[in-house]
Design a protein around this ligand. Structure first.
Ligand code: DGL
Length: 256
């Protein structure tokens, strides 16, 4: 048993899509969410910079005594998860690029993957593409502007529809029947993606529920669950200051 909180980290608000699944899967666990906000987006930055931002966040969470950290950011996972695992004692759960479930369930033999530039360059992604790329055709695309749209709360604007359409329509036209959301900001655009793919038989795959199940499995494995009947606390921190942290809390509240 361990009543300490679980730390959840992202470059900004995107990781709230994972926070939501953690809260569903682990309703008795306290969560401390750290959204950088100051240095977001990470996606086009060099690896060294991203590692430095991630370490700052992890230090802040470790100082709060968290028992585990969920790196709710595909970009940070791609660049820094091995370094974090080698430096800290606590367990880390990273984001998996969900190429496997998409490739195994595709009927058309074509899948689309949306992620950031840094995520596509990561060893984890390249390994899964090498593994499943013979079975299906994989169309990868960077969601240009998607993170900025989500950070500014502009998901339901014509600009958002246009940004999504320009990236997602070519996947549909190439025959994709699965689209993987390889960045935790992208589930906030799920309604727009559904609108853009309307009329085609496409399934959108978000790895967040599987990541939350993995976190639950690890807590059980190390006997680290909060005591049964615990009332959870939800806290929000940011490198961008109090106002951004409040914004995270309000947004999280609207997700439930
Ligand atoms: N939400 C992040 C991810 O999953 C980061 C996006 C960014 O900061 O560029 O990749």
């Amino acid at each position: 048993m361990n009543n300490s909180a679980i730390g959840v980290f992202d470059s900004g608000m995107g990781g709230l899509s994972v926070w939501r699944e953690l809260r569903r899967e682990l309703p008795e666990e306290s969560l401390i969410y750290y959204g950088d906000g100051k240095n977001c987006p990470y996606g086009n930055r060099p690896a060294g910079e991203i590692v430095a931002f991630v370490e700052e966040a992890v230090e802040a969470l470790v100082a709060r005594g968290v028992k585990m950290i969920v790196v709710a950011c595909n970009t940070a996972t791609a660049v820094a998860i091995d370094i974090l695992r080698s430096r800290y004692q606590i367990p880390f759960v990273g984001m998996e690029p969900a190429v496997k479930p998409a490739a195994l369930s595709s009927k058309s033999g074509v899948i689309g993957v949306l992620a950031t530039k840094a995520s596509f360059g990561g060893a984890l992604y390249l390994a899964s593409e090498a593994r499943y790329g013979e079975r299906v055709k994989i169309i990868r695309a960077v969601g240009d502007g998607f993170v900025e749209i989500v950070e500014s709360g502009a998901e339901h604007t014509p600009e958002a529809v246009e940004a999504v359409r320009s990236v997602v329509r070519p996947m549909i036209e190439a025959g994709a029947d699965r689209i993987v959301l390889g960045c935790t900001h992208y589930p906030f655009l799920a309604d727009v993606i559904c609108e853009v793919v309307e009329g085609s038989d496409v399934q959108i795959i978000d790895p967040a529920p599987a990541v939350a199940r993995r976190a639950a499995w690890l807590l059980d494995e190390y006997d680290q669950r909060a005591e049964s009947g615990s009332v959870p606390r939800y806290e929000f921190m940011s490198a961008a200051g109090e106002e951004y942290a409040r914004h995270l809390a309000e947004r999280a509240d609207r997700l439930m």
